[in-house]
Design a protein around this ligand. Structure first.
Ligand code: GLN
Length: 495
């Protein structure tokens, strides 16, 4: 068996049994990165030497009997997490060359538990996008291809496109992502892997470049639901450095993957049946419900009456918060600076921001500034906040009737570069099934569950009560067992 064929859980066991060393495991993944990254562009920064050094240190720790739960496991880190001494770009030119002097809480916990970092994964600029095409460092190629059009360049989804592509192509055993409106669940679905956005507050946001602070959450990607559960346990936990992080115990999520779904009530939101939804998405959704029914769950129709306002609400709240968060990139304290010899402060700001931000980020800053401006605040931002509260209330009512909700992850399989990109609104429609969970702060897991007629992966999404990731994992693992998804992308290590 090639070392890149392990699941993360399998690699943990193999390392424990001494079947493989961290050095061997990491070398195989470094070689996979070297072979595949020139084509996939999944990583912006490759830290091969540091990874090999970390792997040797990990083997030494294991010898001393000090192995952590992720001891020697090679991971890719979305380039939105600050990593001490390693360039962190957020996919933007404005942060090119920025070397953080500190480590994000999530990545420091992964390191604490023994993980080895292979490099920083590509993403949409400041995590704004659904295709990874807004990255200032170029798009990421999806390792899957269409059966009838193998040369079409498919997107991996976004914004965590590099993380998802790296895991799908077996360049890494797992990866971190962030999800503000779907950026873990949508790329997971497009790349045929699992990914979870935990409850808002479950993982610390400290040291993650902020997009929309009330929506951003970190979470893992894995090739299996259990792999995600193992990673999330290390990533989660209270952090006094993030005032929105939740002071709650972190359960053994992997154990929850083995729980039965017998007797669980699974909600099907009526409003998620949408006109124009591709037949294969409807079919997969029905299939998912059948699988859960066969596993002993009860399927319950529910209504989320305000769900149809989620997308417009999200595209007011997220840009509003982004316009405020991104004000800090001014060329004064860190990152890029563009000035003429006689520039005054305002000229410095304008030149730096004009040169540093891409088109999509500028669009969001303008929309966000507009909806927060004196004349429009009540009409847009305040209204959106009220609708957000109604969306959250719909879910609270639903939780009195059901234990989890099943929905599609995305309205389509991966699309090709160039499709969906003439009209930004067309691109925003990708997020129709994912943004509700962010607006309501709920956990959401995407599980690969089937293929479309072109042989591309499709995902199902499980939503749960706040801080009940365990039920979400149990339902996700049940779907995974029933779907028995074994298809592999054409472009992967060892292929
Ligand atoms: N596609 C959504 C957006 O562009 C979500 C991005 C994300 O979750 N970071 O805002």
């Amino acid at each position: 068996m090639h070392p890149t064929d392990f699941t993360l859980a399998g690699a943990v066991a193999a390392l424990e049994e001494g079947v493989i060393s961290a050095e061997e495991l990491t070398r195989a993944h470094v070689e996979a990165v070297e072979a595949l990254n020139p084509r996939l562009n999944a990583l912006i920064t490759v830290t091969a030497d540091q990874a090999m050094e970390a792997a040797r240190a990990s083997d030494a720790r294991r010898k001393r009997g000090e192995a952590g739960p992720l001891e020697g496991i090679p991971l890719a880190i979305k380039d939105l997490f600050c990593t001490e001494g390693v360039q962190t770009t957020a996919g933007s030119k404005i942060l090119e060359g920025f070397i953080p002097p500190y480590e994000s809480t999530v990545t420091s916990q992964l390191k604490r538990d023994g993980a080895v970092f292979l490099g920083k994964a590509n993403l949409d600029e400041f995590a704004m996008g659904s295709s990874n095409l807004t990255s200032a460092y170029g798009g990421v190629l999806n390792p899957w291809s269409r059966r009838n059009d193998p040369d079409a360049r498919l997107v991996p989804g976004g914004s965590s496109g590099g993380s998802a592509a790296a895991v799908a192509a077996r360049m890494a055993l797992g990866a971190t992502g962030t999800d503000t409106g779907g950026s873990i669940r949508q790329p997971a679905a497009f790349c045929g892997i699992a990914g979870i956005k935990p409850t808002y507050g479950r993982c610390s946001r400290f040291g993650i470049v902020a997009y929309a602070s009330s929506l951003d959450q970190a979470g893992p990607f894995g090739r299996t639901v259990e792999d995600c559960a193992i990673l999330l346990r290390s990533m989660a936990g209270f952090d006094p450095k993030d005032s929105t992080s939740a002071d709650r115990p972190v359960p053994d999520f992997a154990a929850a993957c083995g729980r039965s779904v017998k007797g669980l009530r699974i909600g099907v939101p009526r409003e998620y049946h949408m006109d124009g939804m591709p037949a294969e998405i409807e079919k997969l959704w029905r299939q998912g419900l059948d699988w859960l029914r066969e596993a002993g769950a009860e399927i319950v129709d529910i209504s989320l009456p305000h769900a149809r306002y989620a997308l417009p609400t999200y595209y007011i709240v997220a840009p509003a918060e982004a316009s405020s968060n991104l004000a800090r990139y001014d060329g004064v304290r860190f990152g890029k600076r563009v000035a003429e010899p006689n520039s005054d402060l305002r000229d410095l700001y304008e030149r730096t921001r004009a040169a540093g931000f891409g088109a999509e980020v500028r669009r969001r800053i303008m929309i966000g500034t507009y909806v927060l401006s004196a004349g429009y605040y009540d009409a847009y931002y305040l209204k959106a906040q009220k609708v957000r509260a109604l969306i959250a209330r719909d879910f609270r009512e639903a939780w009195s009737k059901v234990d989890a909700i099943l929905a599609p992850a995305t309205p389509s399989a991966a699309f090709a570069e160039g499709e969906n990109s003439d009209d930004p609104v067309q691109m925003y429609l990708n997020d129709v099934f994912t943004v509700t969970a962010n607006l309501a702060g709920l956990p959401g897991l995407s599980v690969p569950a089937g293929l479309d007629p072109q042989g591309l992966p499709l995902g199902l999404q499980v939503l749960g009560r706040p801080f009940d990731e365990e039920t979400v994992f149990a339902v996700g693992a049940a779907l995974e067992r029933a779907a028995d998804f074994r298809a592999l992308p054409g472009m992967r290590a060892g292929a």
